[in-house]
Design a protein. Sequence first.
Length: 138
Amino acid sequence: MALTRGCRLAYVAGLFLGVMGILGAHGGSLTEPPAVSLLKIPVPGSRQKPPVKFSHRVHEARRVACTQCHHEYQGKRNVWREGQPVDKCQACHGLKPEARRLDVKNAYHRQCKGCHRRLRQQGRQAGPIECQGCHRPT
Ligand code: HEC
Ligand code: HEC
Ligand code: HEC
Ligand code: HEC
């Protein structure tokens, strides 16, 4: 069956977006958050835990500010603002701690579990703090 012109245009647009998606995933920094990410860091020698599904949507709906998680420090000040490109945590937090920078595993645990624990202590709804709550086989 021959494609109509509309179909062909949609197909080409789809291809284009697909390629942009690949470029976005591989090069440069993004400014728009993906709805859901599967987080996985390589930690040599550790007994690997299943990857962690992280939903920007859930956190956005709960009004967690971008700056609670994304930062770029100048001295003690976080100068990162919404709309600016976002670097991966691993761009700054390596496999080993460095100066005041936590290693990437502890950076995640401190940030993710830290907030969930704080909110629970205040009697508010929060995400999981037990291992399987985040590390789930998919
Ligand atoms: C609760 C924590 C949290 C909040 C809130 C949050 N993010 Fe993220 N964001 C993350 C994590 C974790 C990643 C994955 C980082 C990685 O792969 O190293 C991420 C990834 C991203 C990425 C993709 C970076 C890349 O190159 O893969 C962008 C863009 C982004 N966030 C933008 C935002 C914006 C804009 C907001 C506010 C509307 C926001 N985020 C709110 C935790 C958060
Ligand atoms: C541009 C570099 C950079 C990126 C990208 C980055 N960090 Fe950091 N982070 C730092 C530096 C530098 C510090 C130390 C700040 C200080 O002086 O106390 C820090 C501190 C922290 C801390 C402890 C202080 C705090 O803010 O609670 C946590 C937790 C943390 N980072 C988690 C993360 C996570 C998770 C990501 C990815 C979503 C991330 N960081 C991305 C540079 C970065
Ligand atoms: C500043 C506070 C804060 C930070 C930081 C944070 N969360 Fe959450 N998280 C929440 C809140 C609030 C909820 C919503 C609880 C509800 O509505 O039941 C939530 C819910 C969740 C849930 C359950 C909902 C779902 O998506 O399945 C998971 C899993 C989760 N968070 C993972 C993470 C991970 C992984 C990180 C770190 C990358 C993180 N969170 C960082 C506050 C936070
Ligand atoms: C709030 C979410 C959350 C909870 C709860 C949590 N983690 Fe994690 N953990 C993460 C994230 C995000 C990463 C980085 C992505 C990855 O590699 O899984 C991580 C990474 C790790 C890593 C390094 C990567 C690997 O697979 O070797 C280990 C080990 C780990 N976690 C163990 C644990 C253990 C043990 C518990 C329970 C005591 C736990 N985590 C609870 C979010 C969580």
